[in-house]
Ligand binder design. Sequence first.
Ligand SMILES: [Zn+2]
Length: 472
Amino acid sequence: MKKHIVVLAIIALLFSMFQVPAVAAKPQSDTIHSGSPFDNKIIKRFDSKRAMQHISYLSEDIGPRVTGTDQEKEAARYIQQQMERYGYDVSTQEFDIANRMQGQLVTSMDDNELAIRIATGSSSTTEEGVSGAIYHAGLGEPGDFSEEVVGNIALIQRGGLSFWEKVEHATEAGAAGVIIYDNADGLVPPTPSLGDNTASIPVVAITQADGEALLEEIEGSEVTATIKISEITNQKSQNVIAVKKPKGKPSDNHDIVYVTAHYDSVPYAPGANDNASGTSVVLELARIMKGYPTDKEVRFVFFGAEEIGLVGSRYYVSQLSDNELARSTANFNLDMVGTNWEEATAMFVNVVDGAPNLVWQSANDAAERLGNDSLILFERGASDHVAFYEAGIDAANFIRREPETAALEPWYHTPFDTIDKISQDRIQEAGELIGSAIYDFVRKETPRGKKGQGVNKRVGNYLLNEEPVRNR
Ligand SMILES: [Zn+2]
């Protein structure tokens, strides 16, 4: 056992030697902490430097953590190891995920692999993919195609027609594949939807910049492209779960509180803010709270597969027994709490139906005690709190946004969601504020009559994430 600890200490030392220089020193907060003695048990111990090390490991050492990939599993393992170091028994809960498309676009221009999004409704290809000369087909009107496109790759500008109409015309003209380039400047390609249609050829989208570079190149010489798209089947994702039991309570009649964050990311995005930030704060709160007796059971749950439609959290909630559901009091979900985007001065408390609930009340009370005036109650789904809300549990998501417009940082879901866009001060602020709210809530019983809605299931059509579906 001792040997084990020594090895861990050496690893921790090496880790800190290599990680710390990349990260600023713990900031001097100029907030006046007027919280209660209970708040100070969290505030005095919340260490945003440790949180930054988690964000660094997840977003830099691992990088993008796409659902079902080895990188997502590696992130789950990292979280499990951290929680075990804090003294928790940790379990992982595996679940199946839907098949997904994975693809690649390589052109003969500098042998360049371009960032793509695969259209929903695209066909897959053989392993070799489809190859051909890139043919410029304007906006994809029927008159934009000549015989030259037969067996080749049509490069079509977005706009005017729907994506499906462009693909239909290209298919009729005999194209072997379609590349749609954006008609507006963007950090990432659009995600085209073909509606309910299924194409018989592969369809991918690229950015305006990449599209215009290709156009320029084919003016002078032939450029070929190879599109490969494969369907990945039988993949699994996993949730990581650690339970902190209440002091001196029978195991079957105490309240349960869920403190949650997802750790997966979208393709190409290192996911520093979305959502290594929330994951890091939950890890740090779990570390601190391990030693404190509470009246409620606290479950720290780290979800996979959030980005493909809240799959991990919905699976987790679906596996709760009626008895567990009846004792479930609240879900504090953290998703994107650390952006340094200047405009994001507010901490939104997103509630699915917009109505104040126990989580909001607890957060609002903590904000008052701490003299923090950044909270905004807001009606929004689009994260894992939806799964708990649907099961009748009071739930909210904490997320930094621009107060007037509710906008997210411009690099949301892009390759630019990197650790240099994280504010350690705001991570500290999130940890102190949300941590004080959670600790105040779990350390004591919730008075009768003040509990949430129980097991009345609520359903609705909620946004799964902030990216709109585009048909044209
Ligand atoms: Zn997220």
